[in-house]
Write a protein that binds this ligand. Structure first.
Ligand code: NAD
Length: 483
């Protein structure tokens, strides 16, 4: 019998307290060796004027237990509040979001009887950094940041997961035909790390066709690994087509901490009525038990849950005349699962859990001390609305800024080249990227760039930001214009 593992528990808002009680009752009855420590998050904390929705003392508990079982919370309407989920994921370094999706046909109605996939979504990077700026009257920017260590960690996690669970294939979804650097890094890392797992089949799909296949033939997918935003979208699609968003649990895994939660929200309209389905949180708690080294208890609860589904003992959200036998409330469902502890499902594939613990997990490649990084130019972004926004006028005026080893190379507007040789049909906003490169095909210094900016400023141009152009080991570290 293992020692009791302390875990941090939050009852959350809306249906949170009911589904957490049901889940903890099952954990208790199953003999799970856990000691819950309750923290307050969500509405009550927001209402106390804490915009993060989590009290500073709660972090101490999370730091100590390193395991968080979290019920959904209600996010207040209006600005000023931060997403508690995003804060928790990034603060605790929970880089991998793991969502198993499977159909429970014929007990839960679905068009995809053979669906059994796991989506592994990068959890910390991408557009979720929330770095946004309004740069001109017409144009705002949201920065998509992708790091090599970030790609390495999530892709390795996906392969180690596939290995632990005897899954045959890992599919990588990106949009690297458009975002050649950002998504390209993810795809290249997938190819490189994939070589270390010869026994696992690998494939890559562009996210658009990948999503179409996921919606139409999900049974052809096994483990899917993808970037944060795409993963956010496709994991809800996968849960929905599996039959019910109310059944899914998710794990957020980091090197030190992990958080487990249902994929649905706090469902305020049905709160306090004892009708919510606790299955999402139960499935999350099962993943938690595997994570803390109690896979046998996890297997027992999962099989009891599968048997309860087969028995047709269903909450209202999945109750169907024909496939269901008895409608139960939240606590009634928990009691039925407890009664089935020790029973196996008769028809559905029984659960078998393995912890993901490969020796290379969380590993990243160290920085290359010999990397040659050379500055070769600068993109100067302007807010410019004069002269009927004629790019030829802007180009000629900027060419007057040439000098001290830098010359204007081109101008783009929303990524489309408008100078030299622009097309008259191209729409122009007030946001211009003006690329200056070395006139001597040489490395450029910061002093030359500062000197250029001084000339641009003296000519009364409103420069709103700059991006430096670097070569890394002789390879271009910036995109070209889309002509
Ligand atoms: P929701 O998931 O709460 O509800 C969507 C629909 O599904 C509703 O019809 C609801 O009644 C139903 N539903 C959800 N869970 C159910 C369950 N367990 N059993 C039966 N039916 C269930 O999504 P929403 O309405 O968009 O959001 C409500 C609140 O939850 C918002 O404040 C939102 O910000 C928050 N939210 C929190 C989390 C989280 O804490 N992880 C996630 C998503 C949404």
């Amino acid at each position: 019998m293992p020692d009791k593992k302390k875990i941090t528990v939050a009852y959350g808002d809306g249906i949170g307290p009911e589904i957490m009680k049901a889940t903890l009752d099952i954990l208790d009855a199953s003999g799970a060796q856990i000691e819950p420590e309750v923290i307050e998050i969500g509405e009550k904390v927001f209402n106390l004027g804490n915009p993060a929705g989590i009290a500073p003392s709660a972090w101490d508990s999370l730091r100590e237990t390193q395991v968080f079982l979290k019920a959904p919370i209600t996010t207040p309407q209006g600005g000023g509040f931060k997403s508690l989920n995003v804060t928790t994921r990034t603060t605790l370094g929970l880089y991998a979001n793991v969502r198993p999706c499977r159909s429970y046909s014929p007990y839960v109605a679905t068009r995809h009887n053979a669906l059994d996939m796991v989506i592994i979504r990068e959890n910390e990077e991408d557009l979720y950094a929330g770095i946004e700026h309004q740069q001109t009257e017409e144009v705002v920017q949201s920065l998509k940041l992708i790091s090599r260590p970030g790609c390495e960690k999530i892709i390795r996690y996906a392969f180690e997961y596939a290995k632990a669970y005897n899954r045959k294939k890992v599919t990588c979804f990106t949009k690297d035909n458009i975002m050649k650097l950002a998504d390209g890094l993810f795809h290249k890392t997938f190819n490189k790390i994939g070589e270390e797992y010869p026994e696992i089949e690998k494939e890559h799909m562009i996210i658009d066709i990948g999503s179409a296949i996921l919606a139409d033939k999900p049974e052809t997918l096994d483990v899917v690994v993808t970037l944060n935003l795409y993963g956010d979208i496709i994991s809800d699609i996968a849960a929905q087509i599996a039959g019910s968003v109310g059944l899914g649990g998710s794990a957020n895994i980091g090197q030190i901490c992990a958080m487990f939660e249902a994929i649905h929200g706090s469902a305020p309209p049905i709160a306090g009525k004892d009708i919510a389905n606790p299955s999402g949180l139960i499935n999350a708690a099962i993943m938690m038990l595997v994570h803390i080294g109690q896979p046998d208890v996890a297997t027992n609860i999962n099989n009891a849950w599968l048997r309860t589904m087969e028995d047709g003992i269903h909450t209202a959200d999945i109750y169907r005349v024909g496939s269901s036998r008895e409608i139960v409330g939240t606590q009634g469902f928990a009691k039925a699962v407890i009664k089935n502890l020790g029973n196996l499902p008769k028809h559905l594939k029984p659960a078998q859990f393995e912890p993901v613990k490969g020796s290379k997990l969380h590993q990243t490649t160290p920085s290359d001390p010999n990397l040659k990084k050379e500055l070769v130019g600068v993109d100067v972004f302007l807010d410019w609305k004069e002269d009927k926004r004629d790019p030829k006028v802007l180009g000629k005026r900027l060419e007057e800024m040439n000098g001290n080893g830098l010359k204007l190379d081109m101008i783009t507007n929303r990524g489309v080249k408008v100078y030299p040789e622009g097309k008259p049909e191209t729409f122009a906003t007030d946001h211009w990227r003006c690329r200056f490169v070395s006139s001597e095909n040489a490395v450029v210094s910061h002093a030359q760039i500062l000197d250029l900016l001084r000339r641009v400023d003296e000519a009364r141009f409103d420069f709103i930001k700059t991006e430096h152009l670097y070569m890394f080991n002789g390879k271009k570290g910036f995109s070209s214009a889309q002509d």
